[in-house]
Structure formats: C-alpha cells, structure tokens
Design a protein around this ligand. Structure first.
Ligand SMILES: NC(=O)c1ccc[n+]([C@@H]2O[C@H](COP(=O)([O-])OP(=O)(O)OC[C@H]3O[C@@H](n4cnc5c(N)ncnc54)[C@H](OP(=O)(O)O)[C@@H]3O)[C@@H](O)[C@H]2O)c1
Length: 347
C-alpha cells in the first residue's frame, strides 16, 4: 500500500494538470492501492445507456467490435469513459482490499458485494478480459480491478435483489430521487423516454405523487417502449413521438393539454438533440425541465431556450442525491409490476 493521498483521487490523474479524475484524459489504474482507497475485484460493468448506444451504433451492432472499443478506451484512459458521450456507467464487484485509512462509514468487509455509485468515467479500471456483453441490458461481464477513492460513494447489494437487477436500478438512482423532489400534486408532467429504465422508475414516482390529480404524459418513439408504458399503466397519455423532433413533440403535448403544456418535463432519452423537445413541451413560464440524460448539451439547452423566449428552469441531472440508492430500490420494491418487468430485462 501507498501512503494516503487526495480524497478526490487527484493523485491518480496523469493528464491534464489540475484535473479531477472525471475530467482527466487519463488516470493511473496501477496497484498497489493508496491507504485511503479500496480495491474492487470487478464482475460487471453497467455501461451508461447513452454511451452503450453510441458504441453499438459506431460498431454497427457488432459486439466483438464493441469489446475491442471498450478494451481500447480503458487501455488508453485507465477508465471506461466514452470519448464521444463523456459518460461512464458504474460497476458491480467484490471488495478485495481496504486501505488502512479508508473512512469505512459503510462498515465494509473484504468479500462484500458492492455497486459503485460514482461514475466509471472517474474510476480507475483495469480489464484483464471481457467475458461477455449483454446488449439488452447495457452490461459487460469482465475480469479486472477498479479503485474507489475516499470520496467515492458505493452501495452494498441488498439481499432481496438479484445483483444485475440491483446494478441496473442503482445506475439510474439519481432520477427517482430528483423526481420525488420535483413532482407536485396536480401538475402536468411529461417524461421523455418513459419506456426505458430511468423513465419508467420516474413514471412510478410521479404517479405515486400525482395520485389521481394532474396528468402524466409519456413520450416514446418505439412500439416496444410504448407497449411497456401501457403495460405498467402509470401514464394518462402515451405519445408515440421522437424527441429529436421538437415541433412534433410540442404539437403532441399541446393536443393533450389543451395548449397549456407541462409544468415539469423529465428527459430520460439517451440520444442527442432532444433538448428543445424538452423545453418546448414545458410552459414558457414557471416550469421546470430536468435533463437526466447524459446526451444533453448545455449549449443547445441554454441557447435554445433563449432562442424561443422560454424562462423554464433547466436542471442538470446530478447522479447523486442523499439516500438515492435506497430511494431507487424502494420504488422498485413497492411497484411489483415494474419489478417483474425489470427482472425480465435485467437478470
Ligand atoms: N444523470 C445521471 O447521473 C445519469 C445516470 C445514469 C444514466 N443517465 C442517462 O439517463 C438516460 C437514460 O438512461 P436509461 O438507462 O434509462 O436508458 P434506457 O433504459 O435505454 O431508456 C431510454 C429510453 O429512451 C427512449 N428513447 C430512445 N430514443 C428516443 C427518442 N429519440 N425520443 C424519445 N425517447 C427515446 C428509449 O426507447 P427505445 O428503447 O425504444 O429506443 C428508451 O425507452 C441516458 O442518457 C443515460 O446516459 C444519467
């Protein structure tokens, strides 16, 4: 072991100078660990949905090429950070070593199964081998190690969840926590990408808060996604629209709200160019748009809102909120149908 270093992990930044691990171009993934770090024997990477889609599209769906791409990224950067989307994901693994000055507030023991609740885009990672890719759940089984810093948040895998299901839920844990804070009874709420993982958890939370007030509207382009939304039954309206077509989205939401538009829009679509649909589905005054998606461009959102005279409050989807892991798992525990659907897809 090496003597304790920076709690944020700056001692592992190779370049550029002054960077933190997340915005570093390259980090040091070497062993031994420092005294205030922990070493994880990694089992599965849950790649961020925007990142996984981008790699899959770039490789024209060929999983062998996706494998090579992931190995190349990690060899070059010392972490799984997609150079196009900038995003990472999180990991599932077992604690292999705990540094002697690591502040062990979660009372971890060697051998505990954990999920990292900080992004792979800042987590030093070394891959020995990619065992298998599971494209239907954005997960990659590997052999390798990762290092978590003193400031890194992690969660123990609960006994009542299959581990790949828990990993999938924890990946998007920030979304339900923020949705709890944002939705108010009586509101009109639009969820973009409502048929996906974060989208459907947000729908469940919104329905719990709205009860039989307000209106919950889903935007989803695929038949498969629309069918999932109908099956879950949380939404009052399911609009089969592509969020990359802002004018069409605005028209569709206007039709089902008598032109009043939404008080709150939550964007969970993992593709570029959906900023303006989100903003144009919201009321121009006294509304909020929450960009959970990692495919959001600050420039497009900020300048686009200005361009149409919208005063909507634009919120960046921080992946962390206090107790977000417990909040997300509890939503899935409570919603049996949602849990069954997730179980089919993520185990
Ligand atoms: N802020 C954070 O901390 C954080 C953490 C984790 C993930 N994320 C981001 O959250 C987003 C969602 O992740 P997820 O895991 O929930 O993804 P997911 O399970 O893949 O779901 C995405 C949903 O969006 C739909 N969609 C795709 N293209 C669309 C379009 N053009 N218009 C409207 N909907 C569209 C998808 O439909 P189809 O399946 O039919 O294509 C799917 O229903 C991603 O961008 C991810 O990067 C953010």
């Amino acid at each position: 072991m090496r003597a304790a270093a920076c709690k944020y992990g700056t001692h592992r930044v190779i370049s550029p100078p002054n960077a933190l691990p997340q915005n570093a171009q390259k980090v040091d993934n070497s062993l031994p660990i420092f005294d205030n770090e922990i070493l994880i024997d990694v089992d599965t990477l849950n790649v961020d949905s925007a990142s996984f889609r981008q790699m899959k599209d770039a490789c024209q769906g060929d999983l062998e090429s996706v494998k090579k791409m992931i190995l190349g990224i990690v060899a070059e950067r010392g972490k799984q950070q997609n150079p196009v989307t900038g995003s990472g994901g999180m990991l599932l693994g077992r604690v292999k070593e705990i540094g002697k000055s690591y502040p062990n507030s979660k009372q971890l023991n060697v051998g505990d199964k954990i999920a990292s609740l900080v992004s792979l885009s800042l987590t030093p990672l070394h891959i020995d081998e990619i065992v298998e890719i599971f494209p239907e759940r954005d997960q990659v089984k590997i052999k390798g190690h990762a290092i978590l810093f003193e400031s890194g948040v992690l969660g123990k895998i609960p006994d009542d969840f299959n581990e790949t299901l828990a990993l999938a839920v924890l990946d998007v844990a920030g979304a339900p926590a923020q949705t709890f804070n944002l939705v108010k009874p009586g509101q009109t709420v639009v969820i973009i990408g409502a048929g996906g993982k974060s989208g459907s958890i947000c729908c469940a939370v919104a329905r719990d808060i709205l009860k039989d007030t307000g209106k919950l509207i889903a935007i989803q382009p695929s038949d498969r996604g629309c069918q999932r939304i109908e099956e879950l039954g949380y939404c009052d309206e399911v609009l089969k629209v592509n969020a990359q077509s802002p004018v069409e989205c605005e028209r569709a939401v206007s039709e089902v709200t008598d032109g009043k538009m939404a008080d709150l829009v939550i964007n969970c679509a993992p593709v570029a160019d959906t900023e303006m649909s989100s903003i144009m589905c919201a009321k121009q005054r006294e509304s909020t748009v929450y960009f959970f998606t990692m495919a959001t461009s600050f420039t497009k959102a900020a300048l686009g809102a200005e361009g149409i005279g919208s005063d909507a409050l634009l919120i960046v989807g921080n992946g962390f909120a206090p107790n977000h892991d417990q909040i997300a798992l509890d939503v899935v525990r409570k919603h049996t149908k949602l849990r069954q659907l997730f179980k089919k897809q993520y185990t």
